[in-house]
Design a protein around this ligand. Structure first.
Ligand SMILES: [Zn+2]
Length: 322
């Protein structure tokens, strides 16, 4: 499945491997009260949560930015034919490469693959199977990863302590390094000519968000800082896979503090669609505005999803996320 949106002469494309109610709420967001989801069911259903099975709706995807002469991928989803512990991710087979070609991004034309972090559902398409080997899917691309994630993952791999993340590291990251295609960056160093990474530690030690400004818009690809819009109301609730819980909470609050004073469009890595989220202050906390859905007149007003007309545009000087 493909979606696209233009920012001036830059095209943002979402290539969806799959989307659906895959993750049990209490398992994925430990400590999140089910009652909070029940109270917000009017807007969470069915795009973010399915009540009957108590599953969160997750999207696995590859994000494409076509910017002038560059074709940039932001994370690469699950990938085909990979052995994974998650039944939804194990040995999947999707036409992602056909869809990439269909949007003018065939594998040999991709120039950059930029990673927010190195978890398996973000590096899968880095490689594809060639006989009994995993080889780079995008042979002419520069692959870029946060240096701190590489250092951490590599040392844990070397010491046999990478656990469930070791399989993806071995079949999707190491082959890129061995092919000489992997480069590393630090927060604050622009990558691919248009993306500014900001440190977002917690989910992994080296995770970054990626900031993109063009044609008067500011997009923040927020990686796995947020998995559900309900974390905007409950910012201290981490996902199961946040490896450093206190840092993850601080990063989540920091991101929201930053974007709430701007008009940035937030793109969580597992959110469907290209409307993005707008996060605003509300009382002592934050509210999330999830795109055109809230503009539907019949939709009941919910205090946590302010109508766009209530969002007072504010411009502030550049921030850490700017
Ligand atoms: Zn993820």
């Amino acid at each position: 499945m493909m979606r696209s949106r233009k920012f001036g002469d830059v095209e943002l494309i979402q290539i969806v491997e799959f989307t659906g109610p895959t993750h049990d709420l209490e398992w994925m967001l430990p400590g999140m009260p089910r009652s909070a989801f029940d109270a917000n069911a009017s807007w969470l259903l069915p795009d973010y949560w399915v009540a009957s099975t108590n599953r969160l709706v997750f999207t696995m995807q590859v994000v494409v930015l076509k910017a002038q002469d560059r074709i940039i991928l932001i994370d690469t989803g699950v990938g085909n034919g990979k052995t994974r512990i998650s039944p939804h991710q194990n040995m999947i087979n999707t036409p992602v490469l056909d869809w990439l070609a269909a949007v003018g991004a065939p594998p040999d034309k991709v120039t950059h693959v930029v990673h927010t972090h190195l978890h398996g559902d973000h590096v899968g398409w880095d490689t594809c199977r060639d006989g009994d080997r995993w080889v780079p899917t995008f042979p002419n691309a520069i692959y870029l990863a946060p240096a701190d994630d590489w250092t951490d993952f590599k040392s844990r791999h070397d010491t046999g302590t990478l656990g469930v993340h070791d399989g993806p590291f071995v079949d999707s990251v190491l082959p890129i390094a061995e092919a000489g295609l992997l480069r590393f960056f630090a927060p604050g160093e622009e990558v691919a000519g248009c993306l500014l990474p900001t440190a977002a530690p917690g989910h992994t030690i080296g995770q970054v968000t990626l900031s993109f400004r063009h044609a008067g818009e500011h997009c923040i690809f927020s990686a796995d800082v947020l998995h559900s819009p309900m974390q905007v109301q409950y910012p201290d609730i981490n996902s199961r896979w946040c490896e450093y819980p206190d840092a993850a909470r601080a990063t989540r609050r920091g991101l929201m503090e930053t974007v709430a004073t701007t008009e940035a469009i937030v793109y969580p890595a597992h959110a469907f669609g290209l409307d993005g989220w707008r996060i605003v202050r509300q009382g002592d906390g934050y509210a999330v505005h999830t795109g055109p859905r809230s503009a539907v007149p019949a939709r009941p007003a919910a205090p946590h999803v302010p109508d766009a007309s209530n969002i007072v545009p504010r411009r502030v000087p550049q921030t850490a996320h700017g």
